[in-house]
Design a protein around this ligand. Structure first.
Ligand code: KG4
Ligand code: ZN
Length: 350
């Protein structure tokens, strides 16, 4: 079974071909980061136009690398939301067109389901498992019980973790994307110099919040009062203090989620981390320690599968196709699409 995946929900234009033996035949990602750098964040209209400009070439390239033609495909899976709607429409329209022209099924994939199932593409991983999804757009804790069966334990009530990294980096003049820049600066910094808040630490539940931390960072930077810009050591110390605060907050929330997960699934053995922030070494190390303390194994898919990509969309397509969960061609792209509709009441980023 060969499935073409298409991802266009944020600032990566991507196409991939994956089969049901977990083999990735092609995985092409075009990052638009450079286009958005001048604005310090993703500009939706610019993103949509760039997807439109590059997607057909990327699909051709993916098929070329896989040495396949359209006629070899069994189905097409495209991200159908949640995301920046202009980009999602571009990907869905392309996916439907290929499906229609080839007479093969179309699957509209929830981007979060792509992230949630990506660890089953990289690892031989059984259900159920606990997932910490931390990216620029999402910050959630989910129990993954099966394809289409997700229990959301927590989500962010304001910013996503990656967004917090990006905004803090902007405050410190470190540029975009902020996560890698903060991590680099933090290497020579003192994480104890500024006692920043650990958002929601010690509170019940598994939700996240980063807006207060961002304000505390801004006040810290203003308190340093440097007219001609911050000294390099100050930047390093703020970056290290901020990174430590985010990691500690994420660990506290994840610990609560582990309790809920093991209560519901006493035999569950795996904690999975996905999303761009999963690249952060301090976070990975802290999660490893946390997982070990609870007799769980931490699984982190390779970074290429953690950040936005089309292989995870094609793979979610494989998992759904196997269960006959295909979509009709009148499938509507959606800017918001919670994975767990029963917990959609909280103001979520999804
Ligand atoms: O998953 P992703 O590539 O795109 C989406 O947002 O969906 O995640 C990008 C986010 C950005 O906010 C970026 O700053 C953050 O992941 N990030 C990091 C690191 N590398 C990327 N955050 C912390 N530490 C990193 N090393
Ligand atoms: Zn994503």
């Amino acid at each position: 079974m060969l499935i073409l995946g298409i991802e266009t929900s944020c600032d990566e234009t991507a196409a991939a071909v994956v089969d049901d033996n977990r083999r990735i035949h092609a995985d092409v990602v075009l990052s638009q980061t450079k286009l958005h750098v001048p604005y310090g964040g993703v500009v939706p209209e610019i993103a949509a136009r760039a997807h439109l400009e590059h997607l057909d070439r990327l699909v051709t390239q993916a098929l070329g690398e896989a040495k396949l033609g359209f006629g070899d495909l069994d189905a097409v899976a495209a991200t159908g939301g949640p995301g920046l709607i202009g980009g999602v429409i571009v990907g869905v329209t392309m996916g439907k067109s290929i499906a229609l022209a080839q007479g093969i099924p179309f699957l509209g994939i929830n981007h979060l389901e792509g992230h949630a199932l990506s660890a089953r593409l990289s690892h031989d991983l059984p259900f159920p498992y606990l997932l910490l999804l931390v990216s620029g757009g999402h910050c959630q804790l989910l129990i993954v019980e099966g394809v289409g069966r997700y229990v959301r334990l927590g989500t962010t009530i304001d910013d996503a973790a990656g967004e917090a990294f990006d905004k803090t980096a902007k405050l410190l003049g470190l540029g975009y994307p902020g996560g890698p820049a903060i991590e680099r600066a933090a290497k020579s910094g003192d994480p104890l110099r500024f006692p920043l808040p650990r958002p929601l630490k010690g509170r019940p539940g598994c939700d996240f919040s980063f807006a207060g931390l961002k304000t505390a960072v801004r006040q810290t930077v203003e308190g340093l009062g440097a007219r001609g810009g911050l000294a390099p050591q100050d930047i390093a110390d703020v970056a290290a203090s901020f990174q430590a605060a985010v990691a500690e907050s994420l660990i506290d929330r994840t610990a609560h989620a582990i309790a809920a997960f093991t209560e519901r699934h006493p035999s569950g053995r795996h904690l999975v981390v996905a999303g761009g922030v999963a690249a952060n070494t301090l976070l990975r190390q802290s999660l490893e320690t946390l997982a070990n303390a609870h007799d769980l194994t931490l699984i982190a898919p390779p970074l290429r599968l953690c950040t936005d990509n089309a292989a995870m969309i094609a793979w979610a397509g494989v998992e759904r196709f196997k269960l006959n969960l295909t979509d009709r061609l009148d499938f509507s792209p959606r800017p918001r699409w919670p994975l767990d509709p029963t917990s959609a009441g909280i103001r979520a980023k999804a």
